[in-house]
Design a binder for this molecule. Structure first.
Ligand code: ADP
Length: 720
């Protein structure tokens, strides 16, 4: 059945239901008394005879309605029917003879026979009096009591009377009589409108599936309005490359003169938060063009063809935009690896072929962007090795720009950008901040600053409040307080970004034994961190609980590291293993708290074996086992089962040997660890200076050379 026919049947059904429901909801017709036929009158009407003796005030106002008819008959009080003069019920015919209620009373007493009929108009205090050979009169009765008194008099004088309905507006009557039906109908019609709108919406979302999900260009205008290359720091190479693109897009194009083609697609490669989106926005702003941001995952649907259609839509609207505005249009595709992974492998499932179709469409569209059309596609990924080769070919994403974690100078510059014009305390230096944030991305540095400003603002507000309460004027308070952010604020920001919020309440409720457990665990990490000659110095040891950790040992290199030696890798694994080793040696406890350490150790060992050639397996580099083109199983493993087993064995060998080494270190340095645990139990945190003093007071009783560490085949060639 067609949806339209179904819909019409639905409506008809609903109306039928409404009608039937209405019949039940509406009060049924009043049981009619027997009709009394008036001779000579064609119409029969129903009259409710009323007996004064039974009539109460309520009864009178509740006299049943008489259906409309040109004439009526009435019952006498005794119930006998007799013919009445025609009364146009509901019509208050104008009268020529006025009659007051007292005149009517007199008439009833003096000459009852002159009164042919009296009609009480229901729910109104008016009676209609018909006299023999006279025009009818309308008489006002004071109230319901007046009506009753009149009724009694008429009854006594045996004058016939009846009730009639006042004139009713036929529409109002219809509504009042069918109120229930109308109500049910309205509800049903409302429901139908609501469901048809919902259906239309759903249809719309189905038909709109193929529409690009990129963020609205207009809405992004504000976000790019202020972004320039000056707002990005720590990635000079990327800025240089993108400035080149901007130059080629606007103004005199020297590249054209030389017949040089600018890249259509630029691939920004780097971890999250390093400023890739920011760079793309800066390009859009500097070219005066528009900016559209989407993500690889926004193209991926289970339905085959939807992603491809979204890609078409994205490029179509970009072309329109450029044609209309005559300005460049920047499309930024974040996480392109979600859709641009290697093709050809995988299970051939719906989602894989959908991805392949989508990727093909991206390639087709990129090929279609001929010459300098003003469309620049900037994509971001952290897994360039995962991308399909076709995507990286000349004419597509052939311009690769690394946007790595910022180095020390970069971090200083990023801090400078995010601190801006704000006041900072004299103990804060950009160099100091950069030193505390090795390995932090631009976005994390922004987070550090923001946290520090929040803390500074709260401290300022607290002190201002206290000063105002002490009686200082607003001017005095302003002169007394400085709106500055201190190094303590930034320090807290650094920890907040990595380890989360301090959980002071939970910390207070922690049992001593649990605190002790954490203290030995962290002391183990700290103690082993300083054994390796070129290990990074420890800057903080704490058992203060935060949302992401029970405690931690923070190390920071004096100078940024650009690579990692085998010894450094091993020392990191030893350090990671030392938390559990210390718990075992000092408390004879094994708990779940070391799982994250083991993960880190295993990751490092894996990289040593499979990527860095730092194991007994020699200088090999193999991909992820079982990794398909889109991260699924069944792809190119790059190695067979035998090598896989050897890799697993080697990883276990490295981690277990390092664990034994860690145990040896903490056993040798018992005194130092006990001293550190005592301080941690007392004040929870030990900073670099105090730690240095401890190291002097308790020199290590074991050296790196004394340890039995994992062997490597090629130590002669310089693995260490
Ligand atoms: P990505 O796209 O690489 O994940 P974003 O560009 O979204 O990172 O970075 C988020 C925010 O972090 C930016 O808006 C900016 O405020 C800050 N940020 C990141 N990298 C930098 C940088 N290199 N210089 C200045 N600020 C940065």
């Amino acid at each position: 059945m067609k949806p339209n026919t179904k819909f019409i049947l639905w409506i008809l059904g609903a109306f039928l239901f409404a009608f039937i429901a209405g019949r039940f909801v509406t009060p049924g017709p009043v049981p009619a008394p027997k009709p009394v036929h008036a001779p000579g009158r064609a119409a029969a009407v129903y009259v409710q005879p009323i007996k004064p003796s039974q009539t109460s005030e309520k009864d009178i106002s509740n006299i049943p309605t008489i259906s409309a008819a040109p004439a009526i008959t009435s019952g006498s009080p005794s119930g006998a029917a007799f013919v009445q003069a025609p009364v146009n019920r509901g019509q208050q015919t104008p009268t020529t003879s006025d009659l007051t209620i007292s005149e009517l009373y007199q008439l009833i007493e003096s000459n009852p026979k002159s009164i042919a009929n009296v009609s009480f108009i229901n729910s109104e205090n008016i009676v209609r009096v018909e006299r023999v050979n006279q025009l009818p009169s309308l008489v006002k009765v004071s109230d319901v009591g007046g009506k009753q008194a009149l009724l009694a008099k008429l009854d006594k004088s045996k004058i016939s009377f009846q009730t009639v309905e006042p004139k009713v507006d036929p529409i109002a009557k219809l509504i009042s009589e069918n109120f229930g039906t109308i109500l049910v109908l309205l509800v049903i019609v409302g429901f139908l409108i609501y469901s048809s709108r919902r259906a239309a919406k759903q249809m719309g979302s189905i038909t709109g599936m193929g529409k690009s999900r990129s963020k609205d260009v207009e809405k992004l205008k504000d976000s790019i309005a202020k972004v320039t290359f000056k707002d990005v720091a720590g990635c000079e190479e990327a800025v240089k490359e993108l400035r080149r693109v901007v130059k080629g897009l606007v103004g005199a194009n020297v590249y054209k003169e030389f017949g040089a083609e600018l890249p259509k697609g630029i691939l920004l490669i780097g971890p999250p938060g390093t400023g890739k989106t920011l760079l793309a926005k800066a390009v859009a702003h500097e070219t005066g063009g528009s900016f559209e941001v989407t993500s690889g995952s926004a193209f991926v649907e289970m339905l085959v063809g939807v992603g491809a259609s979204r890609v078409r839509d994205l490029f179509e609207s970009a072309r329109k935009k450029v044609a209309e505005s005559k300005k460049p249009h920047i499309i930024f595709i974040d996480e392109i690896d979600a859709v641009g992974g290697k093709r050809g492998g995988g299970t051939g499932s719906g989602s894989n072929s959908e991805r392949e179709q989508t990727l093909n469409q991206i390639l087709v569209e990129m090929d279609g962007v001929i010459g300098n059309q003003g469309i620049i596609i900037i994509a971001a990924t952290n897994r360039v090795d995962m991308l399909d080769d076709a995507l990286l070919r000349p004419g597509r994403f052939d311009c690769h720009v690394s946007v790595d974690l910022p180095d020390r100078a970069g971090r200083e510059a990023i801090f400078a950008i995010h601190i801006g014009e704000r006041l900072i305390a004299s103990d804060v230096t950009l160099a100091g901040l950069a030193h505390r944030t090795y390995g932090y991305s631009g976005a994390e540095i922004k987070g550090v600053c923001n946290r520090a400003f929040i803390l500074a603002a709260e401290r300022y507000a607290g002190r201002r409040e206290a000063l105002v309460q002490s009686g200082m004027s607003a001017e005095q308070v302003a002169a007394e307080l400085v709106k500055e952010t201190t190094m303590v604020d930034f320090d807290e920001g650094v920890d907040f970004v990595r380890y989360g919020n301090p959980d002071v309440a939970k910390q207070g409720r922690m049992k001593i034994i649990d605190k002790k457990n954490t203290a030995y665990h962290e002391a183990g990490h700290a103690d082993t961190a300083v054994i390796s000659p070129d290990a990074d110095p420890v800057v903080k040891i704490t058992i203060m609980r935060r949302s992401k950790a029970l405690g931690y040992v923070q190390t920071m290199p004096d100078t940024d590291r650009v690579s990692i030696t085998r010894q450094q890798a091993l020392s990191r694994i030893v350090m990671a293993m030392a938390g559990r080793a210390a718990q075992e040696v000092f408390l004879n406890t094994v708990d779940a708290g070391a799982s994250n350490d083991f993960q880190q150790a295993a990751d490092m060992a894996k990289r040593m074996v499979t990527a860095w050639g730092m194991s007994r397996l020699g200088p090999i580099s193999v991909g992820e086992r079982g990794e398909g083109p889109f991260g699924g199983g069944g792809g190119h493993a790059g190695f067979g089962q035998d090598l896989g087993n050897e890799i697993d064995r080697e990883i276990r060998y490295i981690t277990s040997t390092c664990y034994k080494a860690a145990k040896k270190i903490v056993e040798a340095n018992r005194e130092r660890i006990e001293a550190l645990v005592a301080i941690l139990m007392h004040k929870e945190t030990v900073l670099a200076d105090e730690w240095q003093a401890l190291l002097k007071a308790y020199p290590s009783k074991i050296k790196w050379e004394d340890l039995t560490l994992p062997e490597a085949e090629f130590t002669e060639e310089g693995g260490k």
